[in-house]
Ligand binder design. Structure first.
Ligand SMILES: NC(=O)c1ccc[n+]([C@@H]2O[C@H](COP(=O)([O-])OP(=O)(O)OC[C@H]3O[C@@H](n4cnc5c(N)ncnc54)[C@H](OP(=O)(O)O)[C@@H]3O)[C@@H](O)[C@H]2O)c1
Length: 262
């Protein structure tokens, strides 16, 4: 890798994003860290500097439609080139679609989908012009099936996976890599924020919960190798494969039971 490449990581204040920051820092990338919690972002930036790279942070609420363009403009004003974009920020919400707060569902689409699309479009222009760069989008094993009791979350991750694979193909033959990281259940703040502490997803003995560090390491290594999709963990890989061959209706029913026990 040429020296002094810079990776922008959204949702870098905690969880998988924090661990991705560590992976990219250990790989020699300077970092721009993005999220809403300033105390946590500052602490992550300080930690990353101890690894010998430059690390700065920018506060942004990606649920605000103006946030991606404001972030891009801020970096442009600083003449800061972004070589790698990591779209990691995201959240879920457990509950039936018709009962959940509609604004929170729309915010989820804004953060998990619309901001990903807009940031990718903005930063990809420079990557294409330089014919070098990369995009690492954090999807989920939820991307491969419908998710009753988390309908919008699963659909948002299906979008991220499909979008990532499609643009990876469009960029075939260039020096721009696009990878979709598809974790299964992972230790982070996600489950509590999504009100999933009692969900069977995080309690099943059949689906081991991975650490955010394991997931980030798998994602970073796959990205560096130019893989289009990475599903960390053998059980998660097998689950995704079995979803592909089982009847869609049966898969949907099982997903609903795994998300929420009645
Ligand atoms: N944990 C899992 O089981 C799991 C499984 C598959 C996929 N994923 C995906 O992995 C990604 C990271 O999640 P995680 O597990 O690390 O969850 P997490 O610990 O809750 O971290 C989520 C990150 O996203 C940021 N974020 C959330 N809303 C934001 C907003 N409106 N504007 C800016 N940043 C926002 C948060 O930062 P602030 O709160 O500081 O803004 C935080 O840094 C997400 O896309 C998630 O869907 C998670």
């Amino acid at each position: 890798m040429p020296q002094q490449q810079t990776a922008l990581i959204t949702g870098a204040s905690v969880g998988i994003g924090h661990e991705l920051a560590r992976q990219f820092a250990q790989g020699g990338y300077n970092l721009i860290l993005v999220a809403r919690n300033e105390d946590k972002l500052r602490a992550v930036a300080e930690e990353m500097r101890t690894l010998g790279v430059q690390a700065d942070y920018i506060l942004a609420d990606l649920a605000q439609p103006a946030a991606p363009l404001a972030l891009f403009a801020d970096l442009k004003n600083r003449s800061q080139t972004i070589d790698v974009l990591v779209n990691n920020a995201g959240f879920g919400a457990l509950g039936d679609f018709h009962q959940l707060d509609p604004q929170r569902q729309l915010d989820m689409i804004q953060v998990n989908v619309t901001a990903v699309v807009e940031l990718t479009h903005l930063f990809l222009q420079g990557m294409v012009a330089r014919n070098i760069g990369g995009i690492l989008n954090v999807a989920s094993t939820a991307a491969f099936l419908p998710g009753p009791h988390m309908a919008i979350y699963y659909a948002s991750k299906a979008f991220v996976l499909s979008f990532s694979e499609a643009i990876a193909e469009e960029l075939r033959g260039t020096n721009i890599k696009v990878t979709a990281l598809c974790p299964g259940p992972t230790e982070s703040e996600f489950r509590t924020r999504a009100k999933m502490d009692d969900s069977p997803v995080f309690r099943s003995k059949w689906i081991p919960t991975m650490t955010a560090a394991q997931v980030a390491q798998a994602g970073y290594q796959a990205f560096k190798k130019g893989k289009r999709i990475i599903i960390p963990g053998m059980v998660n890989k097998l689950a995704v494969q079995s979803n592909r061959i089982a009847p869609r209706r049966a898969v949907t029913k099982v997903a609903g039971k795994i998300n929420r026990s009645k």
